[in-house]
Design a protein around this ligand. Structure first.
Ligand code: TYC
Length: 104
């Protein structure tokens, strides 16, 4: 462990080494399809994205009308896990609903 604190450590680094970028964020996106019931999509949005029923209905209708829509934005790990869990839950219930992630 260095005896320098973060501040004095940074003073010893050249400019190129100091380019610490904030971690990338990822959108979790829901895709429209012709078969998944609207009620099921609302259930998914409430269960996995902590939306109340009114918000879930609004997002579901936006996806239905526009073809896709954002459920939330997260770190890569959280986004991947949520998309995976939504797809598992949809398959378990025999619905073709698709959830994917996109770099912000
Ligand atoms: N289009 C579906 C229907 O009419 C509803 C739906 C909405 C499906 C959003 C998927 O991501 C979706 N039953």
């Amino acid at each position: 462990m260095s005896h320098f604190d973060e501040t004095s450590d940074n003073l010893l680094l050249d400019k190129a080494t100091q380019k610490a970028k904030p971690p990338k964020r990822y959108k979790v996106v829901l895709l429209n399809d012709d078969f998944t019931p609207m009620d099921f999509v609302v259930e998914v949005l409430m269960r996995f994205f902590a939306m109340d029923e009114a918000k879930a209905m609004q997002v579901m209708l936006a996806v239905h009308q526009q073809g896709k829509g954002i459920c939330g934005v997260y770190s890569r790990d959280v986004a991947e896990t949520k998309a995976y869990q939504v797809n598992q839950f949809s398959r378990q219930n025999q619905h073709p609903l698709m959830c994917q992630i996109e770099a912000e």
